[in-house]
Design a protein around this ligand. Structure first.
Ligand code: NAD
Ligand code: GDD
Length: 326
C-alpha cells in the first residue's frame, strides 16, 4: 500500500499541484492550509483548515501520516518579501519548527522541506550575467531578506533532525516556479504572473504600455510547476538528504520575459520602467547535481510554460475585470 502523506500549504500554488500529482500516483493524501485553494478544488482525500504556526495544529496535521511534504509558508514575489520581513520570519519560523517537531513526535518517516534560491548569498548575485548557483555556494551565508534567512535555518533544522533523530529529511531549493493556478495579483505575485497580468490587462484595455520594475535587465531562470512537482516527488523517493536545486537553468532578462509573453498574447507593448523592488541582479540554477541525483531534468520549455500560464491568467483577468471595464 502507498504511504499516507500530508501536504502542508495544499491550499497554495505548488501544494495544490502536488496534491493532484500524488493522487494520480495513488497516494492517500491529507491537505492542510489556512485556506482552500483559490482557483480550483483540491483533490486531497481530506482537507484540514489549520494555522500551522500553532503547535497543537501541527500535531493534528501530522497525526497518523508516513510522510510530510512541507510547503506551507508566508511567501510571495519581490513586492511581498521585501516589505514584510518581521511577519515572514516570525510566521515561517513557527510553521517550520513546529511542523518538523510534531512530525518527529508522531513518528513520521520522511519529511520534505521546500526551501528557496533566496538562501544563496547576495554577493554571488550582483551581476545580470550571473554564474549559475551550485548547492555548495550557500556558504559563507548571506541570504536574501528575512525570508531567505529563515529558509536557511529551517534547512539546517532538517539536517540536524536527520542526524540526531533519524527522520529522513529532504530539502528542495526552488528557483522561481510559475504556472496556472498561481497567485497573479494583489501583491504576492512573482514576475511571470505579474507580466502575464499586465499584458492581458493592456490587451483588454487596448493600452500600449506596461510598467516594469527596474530597467528590466535583471535576470532569472523560471521553472514550470509540473516540472517542480515531479522533481519534489522524485526527491522524496531518493536517498539524497542534502539541499538540491529545483529549477530551470535558462537565464533570461525581465525585458526578454516581457517580449516572450507579448508574442504569446499576440499583443505588442512598450515597457515603461518604474521604481520597484528588484531583489538580486541576476540568479540562475546550476542543475548539475539535480541531474546527477534524479537522473532527470526539467522537461517543459519556458515558451510552453508561459503559453499555458498566460492563457490561464488572461481568462482570470477577463473574469475579474470584464464587468468593470465594459
Ligand atoms: P503559496 O503562497 O501559493 O503557498 C503557500 C501556502 O501556505 C498558502 O496557501 C498559504 O495559505 C499557506 N500558509 C501560510 N501560512 C500558513 C499557516 N500559518 N498555516 C497553514 N498554512 C499556511 O506559495 P507556493 O509558491 O506554492 O510555495 C510553496 C512553498 O515553496 C513555500 O514554502 C515557498 O516558500 C516555497 N518556494 C516557492 C517558490 C516559488 O517560486 N513559488 C520559490 C521558492 C520557494
Ligand atoms: N513580482 C514582480 N512584479 N516582479 C517584477 C515586476 C512586477 O511587476 N516587474 C519587474 N519585476 C522584476 C523584479 O523587480 C525582480 O527583479 C524580478 O522581476 C523577479 O521578481 P520576482 O519574480 O517577484 O522574484 P525573484 O525571482 O526575485 O524571487 C522569487 O523567487 C525566489 C526563488 O527563486 C520570489 O518568489 C522569492 O520569494 C523566491 O524565493
Amino acid at each position: 500500500m502507498k504511504p499516507f502523506v500530508v501536504v502542508t500549504g495544499a491550499g497554495g500554488f505548488i501544494g495544490n499541484h502536488l496534491v493532484t500529482l500524488l493522487k494520480e500516483k495513488g497516494y492517500q493524501v491529507r491537505g492542510v492550509d489556512i485556506k482552500f485553494p483559490e482557483y480550483s478544488d483540491s483533490k486531497a482525500d481530506e482537507f484540514l483548515i489549520l494555522d500551522l504556526r500553532i503547535w497543537e495544529n501541527c500535531l493534528k496535521a501530522t497525526d497518523g501520516v508516513d510522510q510530510v511534504y512541507a510547503l506551507a509558508a508566508d511567501m510571495g514575489g519581490m513586492g511581498y518579501i521585501t516589505t514584510h520581513h518581521a511577519e515572514i520570519l516570525y510566521n515561517n519560523a513557527l510553521i517550520n519548527f513546529h511542523t518538523l517537531e510534531a512530525a518527529r513526535i508522531n513518528g513520521v518517516k520522511r519529511y520534505l522541506y521546500t526551501s528557496s534560491a533566496c538562501i544563496y548569498p547576495e554577493y554571488l548575485q550582483t551581476d545580470a550575467n550571473v554564474t549559475p548557483l551550485k548547492e555548495e555556494d550557500a556558504y559563507p551565508a548571506a541570504p536574501q531578506d528575512a525570508y531567505g534567512w529563515e529558509k536557511l535555518i529551517s534547512e539546517r533544522l532538517c539536517e540536524h533532525y536527520r542526524e540526531d533523530y533519524g527522520i529522513e529529511t529532504r530539502i528542495a531549493r526552488f528557483h522561481n516556479i510559475f504556472g496556472p493556478l498561481g497567485t497573479w495579483d494583489e501583491g504576492r505575485e512573482k514576475a511571470p504572473a505579474a507580466i502575464c497580468r499586465k499584458i492581458s490587462l493592456a490587451k483588454l484595455n487596448q493600452e500600449s504600455s506596461i510598467p516594469v520594475w527596474g530597467d528590466g535587465e535583471q535576470t532569472r531562470s523560471f521553472c514550470y510547476v509540473d516540472d517542480c512537482v515531479t522533481a519534489i516527488y522524485e526527491l522524496m523517493q531518493s536517498d539524497y538528504p542534502h539541499p538540491l536545486n529545483i529549477g530551470q537553468d535558462r537565464l533570461i532578462s525581465i525585458n526578454q520575459l516581457v517580449n516572450m509573453v507579448s508574442e504569446i498574447a499576440n499583443y505588442e507593448v512598450i515597457t515603461h520602467h518604474i521604481e520597484g523592488p528588484q531583489g538580486v541582479r541576476g540568479r540562475n540554477s546550476d542543475n548539475t547535481r539535480l541531474y546527477e541525483i534524479l537522473k532527470w531534468q526539467p522537461q517543459i520549455s519556458l515558451e510552453e510554460g508561459l503559453r499555458r500560464t498566460y492563457f490561464w491568467i488572461e481568462q482570470e483577468v477577463r473574469k475579474k475585470y470584464a464587468g468593470v471595464l465594459s
